[in-house]
Design a protein around this ligand. Structure first.
Ligand code: GDP
Ligand code: MG
Length: 164
């Protein structure tokens, strides 16, 4: 059967926006406030000769720090147990935060292939210098994208399908 790719990341980093871009349809609800992704959303995706099932692990997203972290751990565990490749998405505007580092540790220890995405890089000239700090997560080269502006999406998909 088709490989499964799961999107994991903090509330509001752009998981649902990226999901919709990759799925080519507006399936997942995007909103300024966290907490609006319906529970686990699936889509069939194709890139070049590869087909895969994409999951937005968003769910009902909390907004207090402790609950965000515990839910991210839960999402990461679901992704680790069900996905063949995990897209871990972060936000260049907010920079690297503590919960990113904690979830990155879980993902690294799992041994599952992880593609580290840095979203909201709407201008490469302006934001690329801020992308480099994400190397500190220790889960590989950050792939800069702008889900909203559809920048870097081809490069991201190339990285994902390499792991199939
Ligand atoms: P989720 O909570 O991780 O699913 O995040 P959403 O996809 O709902 O997006 C949260 C907010 O970030 C929304 O206001 C989006 O429009 C915005 N957003 C998503 N991707 C980008 C991007 O590439 N650039 C910018 N500037 N905003 C983005
Ligand atoms: Mg969402």
């Amino acid at each position: 059967s088709k490989p499964i790719v799961a999107i994991v990341g903090r509330p509001n980093v752009g998981k649902s926006t990226l999901f919709n871009v990759l799925a080519g349809e507006m399936i997942s609800i995007v909103k300024d406030t966290p907490g609006v992704t319906r529970d686990r959303i699936y889509a069939d995706c194709t890139w070049l000769n590869s087909r895969f099932t994409l999951i937005d692990t968003g769910g009902i997203e909390p907004d207090t720090k402790d609950i965000i972290l515990s839910q991210m751990r839960e999402q990461a565990e679901i992704a680790i147990s069900t996905a063949d490749v995990i897209i871990f998405i972060t936000d260049v505007r907010q920079g690297l935060v503590d919960s990113d580092a904690k979830v990155a540790d879980m993902l690294r220890r799992s041994g599952k292939p992880v593609v580290l995405v840095v979203n909201k890089v709407d201008s490469f000239a302006k934001f690329m210098p801020d992308v480099y700090e994400f190397y500190n997560l220790g889960i590989g080269d950050p792939v800069p994208v702008s889900a909203a502006s559809r920048l870097g999406i081809g490069d991201l998909l190339d990285e994902v399908v390499k792991h199939f």
